[in-house]
Design a binder for this molecule. Structure first.
Ligand SMILES: *Cc1c(COP(=O)(O)O)cnc(C)c1O
Length: 363
């Protein structure tokens, strides 16, 4: 057994907790990339139950999957194929994030009235219109709106999380973008800039909506505050049954390259999860898992399908459950612990858990 147990009610409660923390500003729950590995449809429903009023995804295909599952809440999709057709998205009532004139023209050309949310770059240097393009984009959008081809529902941007001063500068740029849009005759009902980190720590960045991703899944975006400090509960627990154990002599080398050698006679437990399942190979030798309520170190290199745990003299047997990560409040390692061990971020850990790991949903 390899499974990611997803606590749906934790997602609902996390969204509710975050909504309270942002003083009732409405929230868009971000369910891109299969709901950060938690299941897009299940996560979307859980977040809506917690009070989110919008859903956000990267790709139109992700938005259409939500629609196919019968979710009719407002959805925004923002990362588009350069030659893709917007007709299906418009037909399905999916709002289009629009970052440049080419996308605007395609949205306007799609049959039906496209709901558009114009994305501006306020300093992330990624997607979104550069300030030098704003006037052209906004006046073209206003013309299409007057002609009834589109409705500009929103104006938005994304923070770089490059520090307090940089965030404040982006807020200033965003205010300038709103003014420029209004000067061009646009009246977007939604303005949004902040993701989880900005929503919690930069009140000025909340505007009319906050976009909650990682926090909804119970993980902290901060180095200096864990889930519990934010009142959040990690929704994913990654587990597997120990498939075999073996008593070995002192000096026994473990896994490829023998990076690990047993210091004394010990018991090795084999866990059927590997880097193909999203466990970072870089965490070899520094991560730990919980078996029988005790944390034991990963011994040697994580392989494609399996890794070894040195459980010492603990009475671990095949069939016991190894908890790789979960809610640290219950004494198990966290996704963030694994991220730290691998030199990455908790987002990378949960989104990377692969399709071979079965998702099991707790109500
Ligand atoms: C992924 C993403 C978010 C969510 O960010 P979190 O840090 O997970 O809250 C918000 N907005 C955009 C544009 C994103 O790409």
């Amino acid at each position: 057994m390899r499974e990611a147990v997803i606590d749906i009610s934790a997602i609902t409660r996390n969204v509710d907790t975050l909504l309270a923390a942002v003083g009732g500003v409405p929230a868009m729950a971000i369910v891109k990339s299969n709901g950060y590995g938690h299941g897009a449809v299940q996560s979307a429903r859980a977040a809506l139950a917690g009070g989110a009023t919008w859903l956000g995804v990267a790709d139109i295909d992700e938005a259409l999957q939500l629609r196919a599952a019968g979710i009719d809440a407002p959805v925004l999709a923002w990362l588009h194929d350069p030659h893709g057709d917007f007709a299906e998205a418009v037909g399905a009532g999916v709002d289009l994030g629009v970052s440049h004139l080419g996308e605007l023209e395609r949205a306007a050309a799609a049959s039906g009235t496209a709901f558009v949310q114009l994305k501006v770059d306020t300093g992330l240097g990624r997607n979104g219109a550069d300030p030098r393009e704003w006037d052209k984009l906004f006046s073209a959008a206003a013309a299409h709106e007057r002609a009834g081809r589109i409705i500009v529902r929103g104006l938005w941007s994304h923070l770089a999380n490059a520090g307090t001063a940089a965030d404040a500068a982006q807020v200033g740029q965003f205010v300038a973008a709103i003014a420029a849009a209004e000067a061009a005759g646009l009246t977007p009902e939604l303005t949004h800039l902040a993701a989880t980190a900005g929503a919690l720590r930069s009140p000025d960045a909340r505007f009319g909506l906050v976009r909650l991703g990682v926090g909804a899944y119970g993980l902290s975006p901060f180095d200096d505050a864990d889930s519990a400090a934010l009142g959040l509960v990690p929704a994913m627990e990654l587990r597997a049954t120990v498939v075999a154990t073996k008593r070995v002599a002192a000096g026994t080398g473990v896994s490829y390259g023998h990076d690990y050698r047993a210091a004394a006679e010990t018991t090795l437990a084999l866990v059927p999860l590997g880097y193909a399942d999203g466990l970072p190979r870089q965490a070899s030798g520094s991560a730990a898992v919980s078996i029988g309520g005790v944390a034991h170190p990963v011994a040697g290199r994580i392989a494609m399908d399996q890794f070894v745990v040195d459980v010492g003299d603990a009475a671990v047997e095949a069939g016991d459950v190894a908890i790789v990560f979960g809610d640290p409040a219950s004494g198990v390692p966290s996704a963030t612990d694994w991220a730290d061990a691998a030199g990455t971020i908790n987002y990378d850990i949960v989104t990377g858990i692969g399709p071979r790991v079965q998702r099991r949903y707790l109500p």
